[in-house]
Design a protein. Structure first.
Length: 139
C-alpha cells in the first residue's frame, strides 16, 4: 500500500468505511456535513442530503462558501495547485447538476462517499474531467 495513503487513512479513519444508505442522509453530503462539523471547519445549517434532491451552489454559498473555480464538464485542464485542504469539490456526471462532492485533504487526495460504496480516500487525478466547482470556506 502507498505509504502516503496509509498515513491519510490513519488520520481520517473516523470518516472512512461508512456504509452507503439507500435513503436520504447517507452519502457524500452527509459525510461532508459530519467532517466539517467534527473538525470545526463549518457547521452547516442543515444536512442538505436530507432535504434536497440536487445540490445547488447557491445553498452552499449561502453557508459562507465561495466558488474558487468553475469549469466546464469534460475540461481536463486543471491546476491542482489551487486546491487547499478542506476545499469542497463538486462533480457532475453529465449535465449541469451537481451529483457528487468530496473534500480535498491535501497531497492529491479526496475524502468521498460515492453512491453504493463505503466512504473512502482516493486520488483526485481520475476525477479531474468531472470537476465542475471548487468551493472554499470564506475566511
Amino acid at each position: 500500500m502507498d505509504h502516503l495513503l496509509k498515513k491519510y487513512e490513519d488520520d481520517y479513519s473516523p470518516w472512512l468505511g461508512r456504509p452507503w444508505k439507500q435513503q436520504r442522509g447517507g452519502g457524500c453530503f452527509t459525510l461532508i456535513y459530519d467532517y466539517m462539523k467534527d473538525t470545526g471547519v463549518q457547521e452547516f445549517s442543515q444536512d442538505y442530503s436530507l432535504t434536497v434532491k440536487e445540490y445547488k451552489i447557491e445553498d452552499i454559498e449561502g453557508e459562507g462558501w465561495s466558488i474558487v473555480l468553475q469549469k466546464e464538464e469534460g475540461d481536463s485542464e486543471f491546476d491542482s495547485g489551487i486546491l487547499k485542504k478542506n476545499d469542497v469539490i463538486c462533480f457532475s456526471f453529465g449535465g449541469d447538476k451537481i451529483k457528487h462532492a468530496a473534500i480535498y485533504l491535501g497531497d492529491g487526495l479526496i475524502l468521498q462517499h460515492k453512491y453504493a460504496y463505503v466512504s473512502n480516500l482516493e486520488y483526485i487525478k481520475s476525477y479531474i474531467p468531472l470537476i465542475r466547482y471548487i468551493l472554499r470556506k470564506n475566511e
